[in-house]
Design a protein around this ligand. Structure first.
Ligand code: FAD
Ligand code: N01
Length: 531
């Protein structure tokens, strides 16, 4: 398909959960759309993250679209937390079922989007020479789509394979008989380490910061449970619109409970598995003492599971409140360190000095490896936007405007960048909630907004500076009321050298955020300038 030099109503960047739904909705409101996707297929995160053990940690029955009842009734999830292949199959099914592929150009990266003030159109160009003019531009380019490799001295000289979990070979990797180094112990490391350890001859985990890991307690989905859930889908989805997922939020404060009561509640949630552990009390994210109690419960479990006390100590997080770096959900993670073929290296005590052609040299030892797996994360929330040369009024670059931190209103739009919408970007609940719920909310709001503009015969919408300033302040102020700023994490850009340290997502929750967005629309898009 050639898309060179043509006009559409809307350009959409990305064909993951967000881009696919955006395309569906734009068509539904009668717009022509062109999607560009760097990958060779749909799926986004679920296309790229094929590492062993990759799966969601929001329950499958909830980590899925709600916009089509026929879809949610027909699709059968087989496990409590679906694997990457199953989620990818689901997204492929969605693309086929709603005939979405015909408007998607694959293996095509958007390199620039420039607002033409005279024509009032976005001029979008790709690495394949396409040039498309569009009234609207929707950035569905992902919050966790720009991978980040470590830059150890000599890395380029390594003669074995180097993998990043977020750019995994499509045909998989056979680690049988291999000596594998794994760098990184965030969610991707936590999911992949036990799986790679089962296959490889030797696994050495290079850990900089230990993370809190709760057990997934994954299991096959009982067909009766699924049927009962599907019967009550409208109720479940309505609830998720308020809270993101059927998380079991407690109304109780840890400080009001006795130590024994706290232990019972933590144990119940630990045994139940999943992220509900951090919702055991409603002050875990705001009260250091409550947080300490939850953190200590996990550290005690680590000491129970891991047989070598020194390894258990090194695996125990002490430098951040639990939950302020994204809680990891794993299967057999801590028990994996009891295996004879797994070794843990604490990079803070024993830093890497150099990577050579066949080995990694630390301050204490040199070990030979056949492969290095980097589970080293992403340039989150702003990375994909920064990769594109986005220019608004007066030729101003978005990355310059955002040099000291993202500036936008509701996380959705930035002043001087008219008709440019961002899905689950900074300033929205984004990565702090079930992201499919957040994506549907954003896309529906954008579809309503564009419909409104057409109805009043308007050409552009963008936030006023004042509303943008207020929103940025509010996002920061609300984060400052929590323990989140106490951690160095990708939530606040700490994982990228030179990135401004700003807490990126809106901590207020999807329900409150939805109310704010709905009120803005009901008030005639208050805070926006419509021309
Ligand atoms: P993505 O899926 O990242 O899709 C963005 C797409 O845009 C990508 O395919 C990318 O190639 C493309 N793109 C980017 N820039 C360009 C460009 N310039 N030109 C063309 N194409 C471009 N969230 C949850 O809520 N629950 C979970 O359990 C969960 N599990 C996760 C597990 C993993 C391993 C990861 C990495 C993330 C997980 N997430 C989870 C977060 C996840 O990001 C979202 O749930 C969701 O998949 C995001 O969808 P998206 O369409 O917004 O972005
Ligand atoms: O990335 P991360 P991720 N030298 O940034 C370490 C989602 N997700 O891919 O903490 C040594 O969390 C880094 O160490 P430190 C989820 O939202 C969900 O694991 O910076 N180490 C850290 O340990 C998640 O939060 C699932 O000190 C280096 C790790 O690499 C997000 O995606 C599964 C280093 C990076 O952890 C990102 O998770 C997977 C260096 N130079 C992903 N650089 C689910 O389960 C980095 N590290 C649903």
């Amino acid at each position: 398909m050639t898309t060179a030099q043509r006009h559409v109503d809307v350009v959409i960047v990305g064909a993951g959960f967000a881009g696919l739904y955006a395309l569906y909705r734009m068509r539904e409101i009668g717009l022509t759309a062109q999607v560009f996707e760097a990958a060779d297929d749909v799926g986004g995160v679920w296309h790229w993250n094929r590492y062993p053990g990759a799966r969601c940690d929001v329950q499958s029955l909830e980590y899925s679209y709600s916009f089509s009842d026929a879809l949610q009734q027909d699709w059968v999830w087989t496990e409590r937390y679906a694997t990457q292949p199953e989620i990818l199959a689901y997204l492929r099914h969605v693309a086929d079922r709603f005939d979405l592929r015909r408007d998607i150009a694959f293996e095509t990266s958007v390199i620039s989007a420039v607002f033409d003030e005279k024509a009032q159109l976005w001029d979008v160009q790709t690495d394949r020479g396409d040039r498309v003019f569009a009234r609207y531009c929707i950035m569905a380019s992902g919050s966790l789509s720009i991978t980040r490799l470590p830059d150890f001295p000599g890395m380029a000289t390594f003669g074995g394979e180097i993998y990043h979990t977020g750019d995994w070979p499509q045909d998989g990797v056979d680690f049988s008989g291999k000596r594998v180094a794994i760098v990184g112990t965030g969610s991707s490391g936590v999911q992949s380490i036990p799986m790679i350890a089962e296959q490889a001859e030797q696994v050495t985990v290079f850990q900089r910061t230990p993370n809190f890991v709760v057990s997934a307690r994954n299991r096959p989905l009982d067909p009766d449970v699924t049927a009962a859930w599907k019967e009550r889908y409208p109720e479940h989805r309505a609830h998720a619109k308020r809270v993101g997922s059927l998380y079991d939020f407690s109304d109780l404060r840890a400080r009001d409970a006795s130590e024994a009561e706290r232990e019972v509640e933590f144990a119940r949630r630990w045994d139940g598995g999943g992220v509900n552990f951090v919702h055991a009390f409603n002050d875990i994210f705001t009260d250091q003492a409550a947080n300490d109690a939850a953190a200590e419960f996990v550290r005690a479990r680590i000491r129970e599971i891991v047989t070598d006390p020194d390894v258990a100590r090194r695996l125990s997080p002490t430098d951040h409140p639990i939950g302020t770096k994204r809680i990891c959900v794993g299967t057999d993670y801590y028990a994996t360190y009891n295996r004879a073929n797994v070794k843990l290296v604490d990079l803070r005590a024993t830093p890497i000095v150099e990577v050579t052609r066949a080995a990694i040299q630390t301050t204490e030892f040199t070990s030979a490896f056949d492969a290095i797996v980097c589970a080293t994360g992403y340039d989150a929330l702003t990375g994909a936007l920064a990769r594109i040369d986005i220019r608004g009024r007066g030729g101003r670059a978005l990355k310059d405007k955002w040099a000291s931190g993202p500036r936008n209103y509701l996380g959705l739009m930035s002043a001087d960048f008219p008709n440019l919408f961002i899905i689950t970007g900074p300033g929205s609940p984004s990565v702090l909630v079930n992201m499919v719920v957040g994506i549907e909310q954003h896309v529906d709001w954008i579809a309503d907004c564009i419909t409104h503009l057409a109805a009043i015969n308007a050409t552009t919408i963008e936030p006023s500076r004042a509303s943008e300033d207020d929103w940025v302040r509010r996002v920061n102020d609300e984060a400052d009321l929590t323990l989140f700023p106490k951690a160095n994490s990708w939530y606040n850009g700490a994982n990228i050298a030179g990135k401004s340290r700003v807490f990126l997502p809106f901590v207020g929750g999807i329900g409150r955020y939805r109310d704010i967005c709905d009120q803005v629309a009901a008030d005639g898009y208050a805070g926006f300038v419509i021309r």
